[in-house]
Design a protein around this ligand. Sequence first.
Ligand SMILES: CC(C)(COP(=O)(O)OP(=O)(O)OC[C@H]1O[C@@H](n2cnc3c(N)ncnc32)[C@H](O)[C@@H]1OP(=O)(O)O)[C@@H](O)C(=O)NCCC(=O)NCCS
Length: 192
Amino acid sequence: MSFQIETGRLIIRDVREEDIPILVKQNAEPEARGGILSFQADETYNKKELEKAMAWAQYQRRPYYKLSVALKTDGTLIGSCTYTDVVPESYEAAIGWHYGHRFRGNGYATEAAYAMIDFAFGFVGVNEIFADCFAENRASIRIMEKTGMSSGWNFDLFNVIRGWSYGEQKAAVRYVISKRQWSAKHFKSRAE
Ligand SMILES: CC(C)(COP(=O)(O)OP(=O)(O)OC[C@H]1O[C@@H](n2cnc3c(N)ncnc32)[C@H](O)[C@@H]1OP(=O)(O)O)[C@@H](O)C(=O)NCCC(=O)NCCS
């Protein structure tokens, strides 16, 4: 069962075989190193993850989505994003993102994040969506803020422990949005 969401400028869709070398390269870019976990830059790991995502795409219900993000204008593959636990029985789901260095700074990541949050809240059980990133990843935190996510439980010691839980010696923050907050924000903006 194929997945596709469209935004004003983007198509968020299932990974295709021909995307794999491009996404593997984007994940290994030195500019991204500070923002991701060490193993997430590894070519073998990423190749397997993308193949796994293609296998999951055969199923209508998936616990995990890794998706390609392409420009609507010409299909250029600009990055990828992930969903974890986006199933009706899940209370809480996680999202993540990664874009090629040369496509950054255009608001694409924020545009895709909006669409992904909106889609995830379409699942009956999903009441909360969160995203984690290193405290130093200002661009990622900005995306979370712009989509209306807010920081919860981001105390210094907690953040250090969260970073350790990811196997890293760096503080990691968590931003969260509830379905109620998302709906209130969107009903309000539609009414304005
Ligand atoms: C994080 C990432 C997705 C951001 O992509 P992007 O294309 O810059 O995202 P957008 O253009 O949608 O928005 C970025 C926002 O952060 C801001 N920003 C960028 N760098 C910043 C910095 N160093 N300090 C503060 N704000 C920053 C931008 O100004 C923009 O906000 P604005 O619209 O209010 O001006 C991209 O850098 C990336 O893929 N990095 C590598 C992977 C990664 O770190 N993923 C997250 C792991 S949790």
